[in-house]
Design a protein around this ligand. Structure first.
Ligand SMILES: Cc1cc2nc3c(=O)[nH]c(=O)nc-3n(C[C@H](O)[C@H](O)[C@H](O)COP(=O)(O)OP(=O)(O)OC[C@H]3O[C@@H](n4cnc5c(N)ncnc54)[C@H](O)[C@@H]3O)c2cc1C
Length: 386
């Protein structure tokens, strides 16, 4: 069976690893990036940690996988009747089973000026550009620079929590006067971390105000211009705007819209994670309209499920139905402090932060042998040459 996997992120790479060296299965993994990127630690790259922590070359991950071919390419077109997927370089890939795991891209909801005048944080390249902007700002002559983060989901909260510490590190490194940066977080809903229980949102808010972060809840952003953000109830000055408030399906799906059914902004799937109306196209990770999609843990869970049923099918075993798994949420906010929500408990503080560090290691263990995973994890303690 030839399994073609599109997307070299959490779901695609994990599915390929699970299928590695399995008899009667040949895997082609197509991705437009040559590295696996660990998004959960991108906020650390933005605030001075080495980007090596968040990137693992795909070739390294699949060094011992004899049945997996890695192809650096961007897929653009699907022909489900002929069972072909085509790429921007006019390559054609024939499949018996197709796994789509293309992840998300930034969504500005059409807000005027946001694309041009804000920084986003979905890829390593984007966060390196953001880090550069922060360094320039701290080195500049502006006395009290104002960084405005749009969105108080996990990404916005994690980033804002580390900004003052990073500003101090930049001042020290470049011998410039220490600056009290102003950090504001703008959130449209009535609490920070809206996916978590209200009690944890309250604790997070208290922690953020202790770190000197100004949080504006129930505040809609309308547009932005150089140096300012226009809100539904007025304007605020902003030396740097970071957009963390939205992501959406990658354009591939709108460009191939006739083949897919959209449900709540994602691809509708049946009980076996097949795109609705297809027998051999599976959708996993952030692309799938499942209850907990949008989380790395869900992407890993999906990948394990899909590879299990494909291995079964190659042996003539009928597939079992997909079952959701509730994810664990753990959000660090500033040095050595986090909030944690599991299906059974909620905690906050240093202990929760320790859980987060262990969770980072667990992520790497999904893709690397234990020793390499520990090495990768330790790279997070190294500083980048910013
Ligand atoms: C800043 C940030 C922080 C996050 N923090 C956490 C966290 O703490 N915990 C958590 O559980 N989740 C977190 N997430 C969510 C998590 O990263 C995603 O749920 C996970 O990456 C989804 O996996 P995926 O395989 O669906 O997509 P991705 O991991 O995004 O992989 C998609 C891959 O497809 C490739 N691709 C896209 N289009 C094409 C194309 N046309 N052709 C070929 N290749 C293509 C991309 O280059 C990429 O390699 C975070 C996300 C972000 C952005």
């Amino acid at each position: 069976m030839h399994v073609v996997i599109c997307g070299g992120g959490f779901a695609g790479v994990k599915a390929a690893l699970e299928l590695a060296n399995k008899p009667n299965i040949k895997v082609t993994l197509i991705s437009k990036s040559s590295n696996f990127e660990y998004h959960g630690a991108l906020y650390r790259t933005a605030t001075g940690s080495s980007p090596l922590e968040v990137t693992i070359p795909l070739r390294e991950i699949f060094m011992t996988a004899h049945n997996v071919s890695i192809i650096l390419d961007e897929i653009t077109l699907l022909d489900p009747k002929k069972k072909y997927i085509y790429s921007s370089t006019s390559n054609a890939y024939h499949y018996d089973a197709l796994i789509m795991a293309l992840g998300n891209q930034v969504n500005y909801f059409g807000l005027d000026g946001m694309d041009d005048h804000s920084e986003s944080m979905i890829t390593v390249a984007e966060v390196i550009s953001l880090r550069h902007r922060i360094v320039q700002l701290i080195k500049s002559k502006i006395e009290h620079p104002h960084i405005v983060v749009v969105g108080a989901g996990a990404t916005g909260v994690e980033l804002s929590g580390d900004l003052q510490t990073f500003a101090d590190e930049i001042s020290e490194k470049y011998g410039v006067k220490r600056k009290n940066i102003r950090v504001s977080v703008i959130e449209g809903s009535d609490r920070v971390l809206p996916l978590l229980k209200p009690k944890l949102s309250e604790k997070a808010l208290i922690r953020m105000s202790k770190l000197g972060i100004t949080v504006r809840l129930n505040t809609r952003v309308n547009s932005c211009e150089p140096g300012k953000l226009c809100l539904a109830d007025g304007e605020i000055d902003a030396d740097l705007i970071v957009w963390t408030a939205g992501s959406r399906l990658v354009d591939f799906y709108s460009e191939n819209a006739k083949h897919f059914e959209i449900y709540r902004g994602k691809i509708a799937v049946d009980e076996y994670m097949r795109a609705k109306g297809h027998k051999d196209i599976y959708i996993i990770g952030d692309n799938a309209a499942t209850q907990y999609s949008g989380m790395a843990q869900t992407a890993l869970h999906d990948a394990k499920y899909i590879s299990r049923i494909l291995i079964g099918m190659s042996k003539g075993v009928p597939p079992v139905k997909y079952r959701d798994r509730k994810p664990i949420y753990v959000v660090p906010i500033g040095p050595r402090w986090a909030v944690l929500q599991t299906p059974k408990q909620t905690i906050y503080g240093y202990k929760a932060w320790l859980v987060r560090r262990r969770a980072d290691l667990w992520i790497f263990k999904n893709f690397q042998p234990y020793k390499d995973a520990v090495k990768q994890w330790r790279k997070g303690n190294k500083k980048a040459n910013f």
